[in-house]
Write a protein that binds this ligand. Structure first.
Ligand SMILES: Nc1ncnc2c1ncn2[C@@H]1O[C@H](COP(=O)(O)OP(=O)(O)O)[C@@H](O)[C@H]1O
Ligand SMILES: [Mg+2]
Length: 233
């Protein structure tokens, strides 16, 4: 699948890897933007758990919102034994307070190096946008975090909360540092909500410009890579 020169990190989100030539190019940074309830946190848990379970890759989950117990509980509902992986040291769950961004960046750098992590999640939730008072300050710090992560050669997903379909950037991260941007929609169409996924950009990867339907089932997040959106409506 895809071109053999680029080494890839499979997301293990069912149906997604075949849309991106097998996975995210190794060491790249992807911003996952989505509406509240779109499934960003579940996506991140699925990515880390299967990275550890199927590929024996160590993953770090930096959470600004949920506590480790809450994340393990959510994962368990889908049958992912994140708690077991934490015990084995294959997954590191860390909830951080955003009081000091430079400290946060340094501790992420230490964690990734110490555990030789291949995958990292930074799942900010809504708090991220509330933290910074000054736009310029936010830009400088977030860009420096992004650059540091790319230097570490760890495949990174940073989530960004959008407000129902409105895609607002993450202080320049998408434009200047991110290699990929994936959009998870949970939008209203007539009298119901419809889930879909769009790949806005992905470095070194041939991508389709079509949105594809998404389902959340007992097995987690599933993309229907060949189905047209709204075809079942
Ligand atoms: N077992 C399940 N089956 C189907 N949908 C689920 C299940 N568990 C959670 N969901 C859906 O996932 C949503 C939460 O996903 P989450 O990853 O927390 O969203 P986000 O982080 O984007 O706000 C819930 O609102 C619910 O609609
Ligand atoms: Mg979330």
């Amino acid at each position: 699948m895809g071109n053999a020169i680029v080494e890839r990190t499979p997301t293990e989100i069912m149906g997604l890897d075949e849309l991106i030539e097998g996975g995210i190019p190794k060491g790249n940074l992807v911003v996952l933007t989505g509406d509240p309830g779109a499934g960003k946190t579940i996506f991140c848990l699925q990515y880390l758990y299967h990275g550890a379970f199927k590929h024996n890759e160590t993953g770090v989950f930096i959470s600004l919102e949920e506590k480790p117990e809450e994340l393990m509980e959510t994962a368990a509902i889908f049958g992912w034994d994140v708690e077991g992986m934490v015990k084995k040291g294959k997954i590191i769950l860390q909830t951080v307070e955003l009081y000091d961004f430079d400290k946060l960046r340094d501790s992420i750098e230490d964690l990734v190096a110490k555990h030789k992590a291949s995958r990292i999640i930074i799942d900010p939730g809504v708090i991220f946008h509330l933290y910074f008072e000054r736009e310029l300050d936010a830009r400088k710090r977030i860009l420096s975090l992004g650059k540091m992560l790319k230097k570490l050669n760890v495949t990174t997903i940073i989530t960004n909360e959008s407000t129902t379909g409105q895609h607002e950037g993450l202080y320049g991260l998408e434009e200047y540092v991110a290699d990929g941007v994936v959009l998870l929609y949970h939008t209203r169409v007539e009298n119901r909500f419809v889930r879909s996924i769009g790949i806005l950009k992905m470095r070194d990867t041939k991508i389709s410009d079509k949105l594809r339907p998404v389902r959340i089932t007992a097995q987690g997040i599933e993309v229907l890579p060949k189905e047209e959106l709204f075809s079942e409506a």
